[in-house]
Design a protein around this ligand. Structure first.
Ligand code: CTP
Length: 394
């Protein structure tokens, strides 16, 4: 499979790493997602390379390439090279893993057997390798990954795989939905293991899986699978998705991984359990805003009322609640608010001698007028401001 090496070898960053591997005579392999995607006819710029050794000559050679950023070795024996054109190469020492107890992070030991490194992985389709040095292009597939890839199977490599690492359940779903694959019988037997061990892992690890799903084009299908397989319910019985809420997700745009909260929202609409978990300030605010909106008796009947009540509310929470509670005006407000920017600022009003609460009140009136599409230029904003000031002085 020399074509794989040829397709990558001239790219800045990759070229240097491959050169150093050969020069220092490091037995090395491309592994994981890049090999899988190549066989599917796709190219990715997040590459994983496994090496059998870290000779000082290799590390030196890489460090000499000034354009490459090499991050520190972690306890998992990995280095990251950031590619100048985006993407990265993760270099990892071949290793075998032992899980001290279900759900724990693995204890890692180096190995010089490629099949041991491939054998510790999640699925057969991710356990193939293409040799870089010495036998460039040689294909290694000890677990039948290529056959499973052609037949569309997500197959674990060993029994108890999800017990070792229950986050693999989310990974299985991600691949199955992304590629339209099926779970092999061995994988089907793992769901119970995942459900049993999930409550023992940190929320951070679940959050990471949601973040990875957020930017997938079929993220909604993945969330539906999580619901069908009752994975979050096993984490906490109150994390039970509302089927109505799942239907909302395709209608709310996601722009980056911080939008994972949208995918999680259908599972925690009516439980305060979410606030007991580790959340950033922004994430916490999203869920607080969403709960406030869902519990509000009256969301507002005019743009003025809605703006007064919800102006500092997270826009994603507004969109979610508007669709869930079927409130078209709130939905229109959430969408228009995103595009509305006032030219007049608070400082401008203070410079005119306006003080205290009055500043906020005037800005709110200007904002709602602009949101309604009635102020389309700075002149129109200034004229409207003039009218407000005139009326208030009369
Ligand atoms: N891996 C694993 N178990 C995990 C995480 C990762 O076995 N819980 C292995 C898999 O072999 C995977 C490789 O590490 O192919 C790299 O992991 P990652 O970058 O997360 O996945 P990719 O295969 O690159 O897939 P994706 O397309 O989702 O990025």
């Amino acid at each position: 499979m020399i074509e794989f090496i040829q397709a990558y070898q001239d790219k800045p960053g990759i070229r240097e790493v491959l050169h150093c591997l050969k020069q220092a005579q490091v037995r090395s392999y491309f592994v994981g997602g890049a090999v899988r995607d190549w066989l599917l006819g796709e190219r990715t710029w997040d590459l994983d390379i496994v090496v059998m050794d870290w000779p000082p000559a290799f590390v030196e050679c890489i460090r000499r390439q000034m354009s490459l950023h090499l991050s520190e070795a972690s306890p998992f024996l990995t280095y990251r090279v950031v590619l100048p054109s985006g993407g990265h190469i993760d270099l990892a020492r071949a290793r075998k893993e032992r899980y001290p107890h279900p759900g724990a992070l693995p204890e890692v030991k180096p190995t010089d057997q490629l099949h041991e490194d491939l054998g510790r992985r999640d699925f057969t389709i991710n356990a193939m390798a293409i040799e870089i040095y010495p036998d460039a292009g040689r294909f290694h597939d000890p677990f039948g990954g290529r056959t499973d890839l052609s037949a569309g199977w997500i197959r674990v490599l060993h029994q108890g795989s999800f017990q070792d690492d229950p986050t693999r359940a989310f990974r299985a779903i991600r691949y199955a939905v992304r590629f339209g694959f099926h779970y092999a019988p061995e994988t089907e037997q793992e769901w119970d293991h995942a459900r049993a061990v999930l409550p023992e892992i940190s929320f951070e690890r679940i959050k990471n899986e949601f973040k990875r799903m957020t930017l997938e084009s079929q993220a909604v299908g993945m969330v539906q699978e999580i619901h069908r397989l009752q994975l979050l319910e096993s984490y906490h019985p109150e994390f039970r998705a509302q089927p109505e809420a799942l239907k909302i997700l395709p209608h709310i745009p996601r722009t980056d991984e911080s939008d994972w909260v949208l995918l999680f929202a259908p599972f925690c609409l009516h439980t305060p359990k979410i606030f007991e978990l580790s959340l950033t300030r922004e994430e916490r605010k999203f869920f607080q805003d969403l709960h406030a909106l869902l519990h509000a008796q009256d969301l507002g009947a005019t743009f003025e009322e809605i703006h007064r009540r919800w102006k500092s509310t997270d826009t994603r929470a507004l969109r979610f609640a508007a669709l869930y509670k079927r409130h078209p005006l709130l939905q229109e407000y959430a969408e228009k608010r995103e595009q509305t920017r006032l030219s007049i600022t608070g400082q401008y009003l203070r410079d005119l001698g306006i003080e205290g609460q009055k500043v906020g009140e005037i800005l709110d009136r200007l904002f709602v007028e602009k949101l309604k599409g009635r102020l389309t230029s700075l002149q129109e904003e200034l004229r409207y401001l003039h009218d407000i000031l005139l009326k208030s002085s009369q």
